[in-house]
Design a protein around this ligand. Structure first.
Ligand code: ATP
Length: 259
């Protein structure tokens, strides 16, 4: 479990969170939605130790994170990985393989373990065969998959993604969806902040933020019903629109066409 208790956070004078309590259970994929500026990225950054709260607490597995203690922050960072919207912010190696190895070098792993982790991360992110490539020559989708692979090799339990497909073309987006599915299958807890319906297709629950407050936290399907006529700047999934206007699922309609 990853949670915040009574968190307060401001950028200079601008208050973003006032007494925010939220929890994320292991292995329940969650989407975070909200209009621009509602605090989605800030929340992900607080949960992953990139930002520290002004007051209040972050707990991971019931352990309180001490933001003044490097070891405590490392404990949080070891278990909670963060993926930026723009993969360029995360890529540092001169080859794909070296980029993945970079984060591992500080962990004191032996060569075999490093190799094993690199291959595993390449596999989960579908990057096998690109090990020797210069990251600068990769497509947007491949770069984002590399950012995920490099973070994955550190073996975090929670993977926080901040609008992971916003910079990508449709092909790149589909590549990331395949990876998100893989990550869920191997038991990672995914938390995705996004405006795109397809980014949220695999999440079980949705948290809606409005000016730093949680105004909804429940199952994904309930969210789309609840949010009708509210402005959360989030796309409605195509299948929900079809269902609303025809009363039928896409599968039922396809069946009728084929009969
Ligand atoms: N480094 C910063 N310094 C000052 N203000 C910031 C900073 N980062 C974000 N903000 C402000 O804090 C508020 C919340 O920002 P945040 O990025 O968390 O929202 P968001 O919901 O992720 O928005 P978006 O959907 O546009 O990405 C916004 O008003 C934003 O302008």
């Amino acid at each position: 479990m990853l949670e915040t208790k009574k968190i307060n956070f401001s950028y200079n004078e601008k208050c973003i969170f006032n007494n925010l309590n939220i929890y994320f259970e292991n292995k329940i994929p969650i989407g975070i939605v909200g209009s621009n500026g509602s605090g989605k990225s800030t929340l992900l950054r607080l949960l992953s130790g990139i930002l520290s709260p002004d007051s209040g607490e972050v707990y991971l597995y019931n352990k309180k994170i001490n933001f003044h203690d490097n070891e405590s922050i490392l404990f949080l960072k070891k278990h909670v990985g963060y993926i930026f919207q723009n993969p360029e912010n995360q890529i540092v190696g001169v080859t794909v393989e070296e980029d993945i190895a970079f984060g591992l070098e500080n962990l004191g792993l032996d060569r075999n373990e490093m190799k094993k982790r690199i291959n595993w991360a390449l596999n989960v992110t579908d990057l096998i065969g690109l090990e020797k490539k210069d990251p600068n020559t990769l497509s947007g989708g491949q770069k984002q998959r590399l950012a995920i692979a490099s973070m994955l090799a550190m073996q975090p339990d929670f993977i926080l993604m901040d609008e992971p497909t916003t910079m990508l073309d449709p092909e790149g987006r589909e590549e990331i969806y395949k990876v998100i599915k893989n990550l869920i299958t191997i038991g990672k807890t995914i938390i995705i902040a996004s405006h795109h319906a397809k980014d949220l297709q695999f999440v079980e629950k949705i948290v809606a933020l409005d000016s730093g407050k949680i105004v909804f936290y429940d199952n994904r399907d309930k969210f789309y019903h609840w949010s009708e006529n509210k402005n959360f700047n989030v796309e409605i999934p195509f299948e929900n629109i079809v269902k609303k206007y025809t009363g039928k699922s896409i599968k039922d309609l396809e069946r009728n066409i084929c009969q």
